[in-house]
Ligand binder design. Structure first.
Ligand code: NAI
Length: 675
């Protein structure tokens, strides 16, 4: 028996070696460079003792291995240094592959990134069939690709089609798919994982290889054709200038065909370059920011069991459904049963689509109850108000609600434009009101703003943060100020797009400028999707607060009841939920359009920071990315400004101000803040 910090090695009486990975002090195994070095020494010992075979498994209940240690990426400051680190790791996995005895990865739960690459270097892989198996190579999501030989071994084992699917999409596959593609040799009951792994080593079958068709597709004269098709499909989704990693995966395979020592060297060189690219640095930062938002929920899980939602409209209905999906008992109140019913029907369809298993869908639906009279208010741990956006209506409702609230229950409002200070004014305990501001559509939007009024108690904010984590959403704490953070930075971008439209630039070109920058959708289309009535309302609130001009065309469309996608007509006509885009002939966008659209958002982000609507620049960037989809590879508006040069951005704003007016005036924060 040998033990390092991360691994233990034991050879049993049947001469089967057991190599168990259990990273000390962590709930999840990650392949740090220390863990890899220790693995190398254990493999040396296995090779020397020549057992019948070796089983690699995890000592963690959570899963096998989550991947390489992302934090170590930051220490690779040059591609040359990165190359050395990656080559060293590749050599260790090669040592595993070259053992004089067969090896099997016994996988329970997840095996992701470097974790799956390690499993790919084993002779066999078996998976515990307990519904939790998740095998994937998600590296592209961090702007890189597999680097421990995965781009080579995945193709060799499961063939180019399945391997490209795994690497280019970055989505993990479940047990059934893992078996179908040959990623695992067997699926076994979870409690038999160890015995079946041993059995496999005692009667080793010939190792699996890719299906014949895929081996044919791998031939040198076929590869260029397949590579072209893969690249064409990629171009439909991402631009190589924004996301080079998936293109690099295709390129590696095209040139080396996943064969020979060169293919590993090329993989290492490619990933080392990618790790040091701005795209990957920013995506890694986004990953860390996501962890930070998750961490805001605190270490004590939320005790919320019963949620009472008032207002069964667009937002309240969906907030109620989402809370029931997440396992809570939910009561839904509105003025009468007839108004609540459509929200329940929507929830039923949502559960069916989302949960697939009819029993689970029925259980979720069973947790959601109609309560027009609001009888359940006194049982609820959280009461979320999502009624009309009216100060009077909300205050009247609170006056009636407050005496019935359970002590310690959270009273939350989903208001998007009224300050918490205004709403809490007549409460007996104004310090218990907090904003929990969801975005539309609730099921798809990850971020929720947690809005703190000047009087809101700290413990109420903390309960709201941890409740948000129970909902599996990302909480963004902010101060109660007009538009909070997300709408505040989004509106100048949408408004500027509408001003550009008023200047005669076609909507299609404006939207193209947005997507070319890396936004998930152009600003004009986004306005139509959000709803022009909603844009007008939020726009007016911000225009009043900051003495700004709102584009006239917006109010005139709303007067004509052209609300965008939901009414079938807005800036675009909408057919079957899709915008009909008119052709623009040979028209090209003006050279300054991209800056004209994006810099108002960046400027507003600086203003939010200066006014301390949000605590720091990282949180602001996280909010922009997770709520507006701000080009993740640019790392958020403030990171973008830093990388472009804050002095340069400020100068550019001043130029735009001269041309288009004071809405571009550089915020005072550019000079005051350490950006
Ligand atoms: P909605 O108009 O779709 O639904 C409001 C519902 O509240 C209606 O069903 C109405 O019957 C009910 N209601 C009104 N007064 C009531 C009372 N006293 N007691 C019980 N029920 C009452 O409105 P929507 O869009 O769902 O908005 C609700 C809240 O969410 C607003 O504060 C809005 O600012 C906010 N919000 C809206 C977003 C959106 O995109 N629609 C996004 C984020 C927040």
């Amino acid at each position: 028996m040998a033990e390092t910090g991360n691994w233990s090695l034991d050879i049993d009486t049947d001469r089967v070696a057991w190599l168990v990975f259990d990273a000390p002090g962590a709930s999840v195994n990650v392949l740090s460079s220390a863990a890899l070095r220790e693995l190398a020494s254990c493999l040396g010992e296995v090779a020397a003792k020549r057992p019948l075979g070796v089983v690699l498994r995890s000592g963690k209940a959570s899963g096998f291995i989550a991947g390489a240690d992302i934090k170590e990426f930051q220490s690779m400051t040059t591609p040359e240094a990165g190359f050395e680190v990656v080559r060293a790791a590749q050599a260790i996995l090669q040592q595993l592959q070259d053992l004089p005895c067969p090896s099997v990865a016994a996988i329970k739960g997840f095996a992701l990134g470097g974790g799956l690459e390690l499993a790919l270097a084993c002779t066999y892989r078996i998976g515990a069939d307990d519904g939790r198996l998740s095998l994937g190579l998600p590296e592209v999501q961090l702007g890189i690709h597999p680097g421990f030989g995965g781009t080579v071994r995945a193709v060799r084992l499961i063939g180019v089609r399945a391997a490209m699917d795994l690497m280019l999409k970055g989505k993990p596959c479940n047990a059934a798919r893992a078996l179908a593609t040959g990623l695992v040799d067997q699926l076994v009951p979870a409690d038999e994982l160890a015995t079946r792994a041993k059995l496999l080593l005692q009667n080793p079958p010939p190792p699996k290889v890719a299906p014949l068709t895929d081996r044919l597709l791998n031939l040198a004269f076929v590869r260029p054709f397949i590579a072209r098709r893969l690249v064409a499909a990629l171009r439909q989704k991402v631009m190589p200038e924004h996301y080079p990693a998936p293109y690099a995966v295709v390129d590696l395979w095209h040139h080396y065909g996943a064969a020979g020592a060169h293919s590993y060297v090329a993989e290492a060189r490619s990933i080392a370059g990618l790790i040091c690219s701005p795209t990957s640095r920013n995506l890694v930062r986004v990953f860390m920011l996501q962890d930070r938002l998750k961490g805001l929920g605190g270490t004590t899980p939320s005790g919320v069991k019963h949620v009472h939602v008032i207002g069964a409209g667009v937002m309240g209905g969906d907030i109620a459904a989402w809370s029931a999906l997440r396992g809570m008992t939910v009561t839904l109140q509105d003025r009468n049963d007839e108004i609540i019913r459509p929200a329940l029907e929507r929830a039923r369809t949502f559960f069916g689509r989302r949960l697939k298993d009819p029993q689970a869908a029925a259980a979720a639906f069973g947790r959601l109850k109609m309560d027009a009279a609001g009888e359940a208010v006194s049982d609820a741990d959280v009461v979320i108000e999502a009624i009309f956006e009216s100060v009077e209506a909300k205050r009247a409702l609170y006056a009636e609600l407050e005496p019935r609230l359970k002590p310690g229950a959270i009273l939350a409002t989903n208001t998007s434009s009224i300050t918490i200070e205004t709403l809490c004014e007549n409460l007996a305990a104004p310090d218990r009101l907090v904003g929990i501001h969801f975005f539309n559509p609730v099921a798809q939007m990850q971020l929720v703003e947690i809005v703190k009024g000047t009087r809101t108690r700290g413990d109420v904010v903390q309960s709201a943060l941890s409740f948000t984590r129970k909902l599996d959403k990302l909480p963004l704490p902010c101060r109660s100020a007009p538009g909070f953070v997300v709408n505040r930075i989004l509106m100048p971008y949408i408004n500027e797009a509408i001003f550009a439209l008023q200047d005669g630039i076609p909507a299609v070109l404006i939207d193209k400028a947005g997507t070319h920058f890396g936004m998930p959708m152009g600003p004009i289309e986004l306005a139509d999707v959000v709803g022009l009535d909603v844009c007008l309302h939020v726009g007016r609130v911000l225009a009043d607060a900051f003495h700004r001009q709102a584009p006239e065309i917006l109010s005139s469309l709303v007067e004509q009841k052209k609300y965008g996608r939901k009414s079938g007509q807005g800036f675009y006509s909408w057919v079957d939920g899709k915008a009909v885009r008119p052709g623009v002939g040979g028209a090209a966008a003006p050279a300054d359009l991209e800056d004209r659209l994006m810099l108002p958002m960046v400027n507003e982000a600086v203003a939010c920071l200066r006014e301390q609507v949000i605590e720091d620049a990282d949180l602001l960037d996280a909010g922009a990315i997770f709520a507006t989809g701000f080009a993740p590879f640019r790392g958020g508006p403030l990171q973008y400004a830093r990388q472009r040069g804050t002095a340069q951005v400020r100068r550019r704003l001043a130029e735009l101000e001269k041309q288009y007016g004071e809405r571009f005036r550089p915020d005072a924060g550019w000079d005051l803040l350490p950006l």
